[in-house]
Ligand binder design. Sequence first.
Ligand code: CAA
Length: 282
Amino acid sequence: MSDKAIGVVGAGTMGQGIAQVLISSGFNAQLYDVADEQLGRARSNIEKGLSKLVAKDKLSEADKNAALARLSTSTALDALSDCEVIIEAAPEQPALKEKLFRDLSHLSSDAILASNTSSLSLTRLAAVCERPERVVGMHFFNPVPVLKLVEVIRAEQTSDSTVERIERLAEALGKTAVPVGDSPGFAVNRLLVPMINEAAFLVQEGAATPEAVDAAMKLGAAHPMGPLALADLIGLDVCLAIMNVLQDGFGDPKYRPCPLLKRMVDAGYLGRKTGRGFHRYD
Ligand code: CAA
């Protein structure tokens, strides 16, 4: 990899985590978002994330400052024009992502365009781009600085060299790349989110409280956190969107979203980010 910055589109939770891992692994990162305030929040959260590592003696104060100096932010998409790889982590809205990919493919004729989409079709995203062979899925997991997996998703059009390049980048970030086909939900979310949906059914039916469901899965299946606490971490809107993608993609009723999950999203109880989901947060 050269010294050119890696672009990150979207300064939400995932974009922040990806940018943090890039700069702490020695890469320059160019973080883009439409909202200046969001970029400010992102910089401050990334600084907090790096400070955690300093507090645990995993990073020196000097290395933290050097990493922060490798982070640039901008509200202008043009700032990404010199990037060799651009990782898109915008909200999971198909029309938004397609527009971004179309714009990014015009902005740079040779950058690799990777999407952190949690379930949308990479083949469809590649189809709106010039040179679709450089489009690939690079799916990180929340919290990005902690979880080691990157699913590398090959669209129908993706070239071998694009996949190899992204696998090398994942490795340079200390992650393990696992190849997955372009199938709805890929591997992890196809397994994880139906489990969360089923946990919501348990609560809806009054069979167990959220606390009981979470305690059961932590103690009985050694999960680091229960499925409903995890839903709150991921965002209930994101979980619902993934269930909808699974249901539309497979046409199988086993993927029907739990009505309680839908109602909670309608109510704005989206999890940690709104202070209330299956659990309450201060
Ligand atoms: N930057 C750097 N380090 C961080 C960090 C950050 N932002 N956040 C946490 N850490 C570190 C902590 O410093 C801590 O380090 P040590 O082990 O050295 O002490 C470690 O990570 C664990 O953090 P905590 O002690 O704060 O918390 P914990 O032990 O309770 O673990 C958890 C929290 C990591 C979230 C754990 O419960 C977990 O792994 N849960 C499952 C998460 C999961 O399944 N995520 C996948 C969601 S699906 C997804 O993301 C894909 C999608 O498309 C929806």
